[in-house]
Design a protein around this ligand. Structure first.
Ligand code: ZN
Ligand code: ZN
Length: 155
């Protein structure tokens, strides 16, 4: 098996496991949708993108959007807060050490590519903020938006 395929299969299994743990049934349409979502692992997508992709399988629009919301509740997907009104979703990868509580990423607003930062640029600032406010900080999530190298070269 190709490495990317193996990673994708593991992601599908992980998401299905979360669904079951949360007491949701693993139905065939849900499996189909989760497989499609896993293929968007490094790319942001909208509900419409996913619906267009799954439409030939007969999956209804309401099911697609309902399941996306469910995956968001389970922490598998997060919404990107971009100027388009938070229409875009991105997969929160479970195995890479990036959790919903700590995620620093670069997002290309043109092609939707998502890249994760290995080093946290926030640590020093967070320590200062915690000190100044008395907050015990549990997490943060930083989206740096712009054009990726390829998209900015194409301009
Ligand atoms: Zn780009
Ligand atoms: Zn960070």
């Amino acid at each position: 098996m190709h490495r990317a395929d193996a990673g994708r299969a593991a992601l599908v299994d992980y998401i299905l496991g979360l669904l079951e743990q949360a007491g949701h049934r693993v139905t065939e349409p849900r499996v189909q949708l989760i497989q499609a979502v896993a293929a968007w692992e490094r790319q942001s997508f909208t509900g419409e993108d996913l619906y267009a992709e799954l439409r030939p399988t007969g999956l209804g629009r309401a099911t697609v959007f309902r399941t996306l919301r469910l995956l968001q509740e389970l922490g598998v997907l997060s919404r990107l807060h971009l100027s388009d009104g938070c229409q875009r979703y991105v997969v929160t990868p479970p195995a890479s050490g990036h959790s919903p509580e700590h995620m620093d990423r670069l997002i290309c607003r043109r092609c939707g590519r998502v890249a994760y930062l290995d080093e946290c640029p926030m640590e020093d600032s967070l320590a200062r903020i915690a000190q100044a406010t008395g907050y015990r900080v549990d997490g943060h999530h930083l989206d740096i938006v712009g054009l990726c190298a390829e998209c900015s070269a194409a301009r």
